[in-house]
Ligand binder design. Structure first.
Ligand code: SF4
Length: 643
């Protein structure tokens, strides 16, 4: 095994030969390098895409800070090397190494993957392979690192079940300490690796796939998940932090340009809007907020530590933050004249959003983003994002009259029950918005339409719906390419094949693990990068395993079908999702659940936590009733009376 000095020495000849060597050197401001020998637990934090993307991942920064804050543990970073660096490392016989101390991946005690989206799966396998770690969980023994993974994609862990020892379902800030403690206890006990896995399964929010087995019906439909260990939980309930910890302010400052060169401060977690296509909105409930003071202080501290000139105030729906006006006023006044650019993404479609951007004072006047997601009121009711076209046009007028020249409009095609008229309406709406701009600022007005394709996600009200076929997507995109053109209009879209990969994996079952493995073995890498995505390799992998990819994407699932991800509980009940799905078919909408609680399931499960955190910290109503045991709540999921 090569030691860090060997690796560093050999890198000197490799790095000058690859693109952007700054991705692979480490040594940036605020990185943490501890004395390896003096530390008990070594954690590799891995974002399985390139440095330029991974360095902007807030989850990774939070875990890095929390782990390095412990005296007995250290965290170091790993990213996917770009193809040129992978080839160079493999040719030189070098393992994938950490940016901080240049230790090989296999030297670490725990490897933690961040999996925010499904198209990172083959890169995950590639990183294990390059790091000298057996790919399959079953092949790892006591001397190998523990491989864990978390992030939004982990809410359906089944396609990756064979490669990951334990998944963290939900929020990682507290559970990471419990996992480290369990690892340390196991290490000193000298017990078998299987005992480590069993102890991890007892931690709230941890799912150990090897302790369960899946059953399928004759036609291939998933039937049930059986636990092989009587002490393994069923369901595995997601982990949440009852109160958001103070924001991380220790950010590493990269030497090279990354996607966001900024201080990211999360102002609120969760969303109460209930958009039916939105995975994040369903899985991150309940809404918890930070105080204005906490956010402002965090910005001040983070800026002084990093020298960044941009701040992102992050949340799923910024306009819904209770004290949003107070926050933007405080930030606007507090940081005026400091040449800061402050972004406030995910604003609602209303003129108030423009006032909010105004209050930030230093905000750039280039573009303003709105996400109607659909262009007809009928369709917006189906997806539960009800906003009138008139309201949208009024907002557009307000944006152009405040000096913005470009409005970015985000839409999706492929929503359930979408007709060709709904697609044509996207073009018409873009033109109507442009016409508003022309009235205000003439030919300087610009509309950039970004049109992605809807992918039904697990744990959402649309988890039953089919996804468009490649032909359907192409027809809709062709229509838009012809209709959204001309001066002042710009259109961007995703390739249909890329959408299908995400769709197969999002609602996949355990059998897809073999497909992922075969795809990786035959060259699939960087599936999120269109120029490297190999649709043919994936189709061959399905054929080799004898699975039909359309089974996962194009069939409408019966309302009483049991899903392969049901043993993972977001605590939003299936019955609630089912009712919402049936409501969508009738065009029936739900209001923001801050106005009226719809008893989605969060409160009965987390009643005690809500009681311990009274007032505004949570946006769910206060509770007086007793906590219902989660097993009972899950049993209700199988009530089929809504079918
Ligand atoms: S418990 Fe009620 S208020 Fe809380 S997220 Fe669910 S529906 Fe919304």
């Amino acid at each position: 095994m090569l030691n860090p000095d060997d690796i560093s020495r050999r890198l000197e000849t490799i790095l000058p030969t690859v693109e952007k060597p700054g991705r692979y050197t480490g040594g940036e401001l605020n990185q943490v390098v501890k004395n390896w020998e003096a530390i008990q637990t070594h954690v590799a934090l891995v974002f399985p895409d390139i440095y330029d993307l991974g360095m902007s991942n807030l989850g990774l920064a939070i875990l890095y800070d929390l782990i390095n804050g412990r005296a007995d543990a250290l965290a170091e970073r790993f990213f996917s090397p770009w193809v040129d660096m992978e080839a160079a490392l493999r040719q030189a016989g070098l393992p994938l190494y950490s940016l901080e101390s240049k230790h090989a991946l296999a030297d670490f005690d725990i490897i933690g993957f961040s999996l925010p989206y499904e198209t990172l799966y083959t890169n995950t396998l590639n990183i294990l392979d390059m790091g000298g770690v057996p790919l399959f969980s079953a092949e790892r023994h006591e001397q190998h690192p523990l491989v864990i993974a978390g992030g939004h994609a982990a809410y359906n862990p089944e396609p990756m079940h064979a490669f990951i020892d334990a998944f963290v379902i939900g929020e990682g800030e507290e559970v990471i300490h419990e996992i480290i403690a369990a690892h340390q206890a196991w290490e000193s006990s000298g017990k078998l690796r299987s005992e480590l896995l069993r102890s991890l399964a007892k931690i709230w929010g941890v799912y150990v796939p090897s302790l369960y087995t899946a059953h399928y019906e004759e036609g291939g439909v998933f039937e049930s998940m059986e636990k092989l260990d009587p002490e393994a939980p069923l369901p595995v309930v997601k982990r949440i932090v009852p109160k958001l910890l103070p924001p991380t302010t220790n950010f590493i400052v990269p030497y090279i340009d990354t996607v966001h060169n900024r201080v990211p401060i999360e102002i609120m977690r969760g969303c109460t809007r209930g958009c039916r296509f939105c995975h994040a909105g369903m899985i991150t409930r309940p809404v918890r907020e930070r105080s204005v003071e906490e956010v402002v202080n965090a910005i001040e501290t983070a800026l002084s530590k990093t020298g960044f000139e941009e701040v992102g105030l992050l949340s799923l729906s910024s306009s819904d933050y209770t004290h949003i006006l107070e926050l933007v006023t405080a930030v606007g006044e507090g940081f005026t004249g400091r040449h800061l650019s402050i972004s406030l993404p995910s604003l609602r479609i209303e003129t108030f959003s423009v006032e909010l951007m105004d209050a930030l004072k230093d905000a750039r006047r280039g573009g303003f983003t709105l996400a109607p997601e659909a262009a007809t009121e009928r369709m917006r009711e189906i997806i539960n994002k009800p906003v009138s076209t008139q309201q949208l046009l009024e907002t557009a007028r307000a944006i152009y009259s405040r000096g913005y020249t470009t409005i970015k409009l985000y839409f999706m095609i492929g929503h359930p029950s979408e007709t060709i008229e709904d697609v044509q309406a996207i073009a018409d709406l873009c033109k109507a918005v442009l016409a508003e701009g022309r009235k205000v600022i003439g030919k300087r007005a610009q509309v950039n339409a970004g049109v992605s394709t809807f992918v039904p996600k697990p744990h959402t009200p649309f988890q039953w719906t089919p996804c468009d076929t490649i032909e359907q997507i192409r027809d809709k995109q062709e229509l838009l390419k012809h209709a959204v053109r001309g001066p002042g209009l710009k259109l961007s879209w995703n390739q249909p094949e890329d959408t299908l990969l995400e769709a197969w994996l999002s609602r996949g079952d355990r059998r897809l693990a073999e497909v992922i493995y075969q795809a990786w073995r035959h060259g699939a890498r960087f599936d999120a990068w269109h120029e490297l995505f190999r649709y043919d390799v994936w189709m061959d992998a399905f054929a080799r395993i004898g699975l039909d990819p359309a089974f996962y994407t194009h069939r409408e699932r019966p309302i009483d079908e049991t899903f392969p991800w049901e043993h993972i509980s977001t605590t939003v009940r299936k019955k609630f999702l089912m009712e919402d799905y049936l409501w969508s078919q009738r065009g029936k909408t739900r209001v923001d659940c801050r106005q009226r609680c719809f008893a989605c399931g969060i409160l009965p499960t987390f009643a005690d936590l809500r009681r311990m955190n009274p007032g505004e910290v949570w946006q769910c109503p206060e509770v007086k009733n007793k906590r219902i045991p989660v097993e009972e709540i899950f049993a209700l999921e199988h009530v089929r009376e809504l079918g």
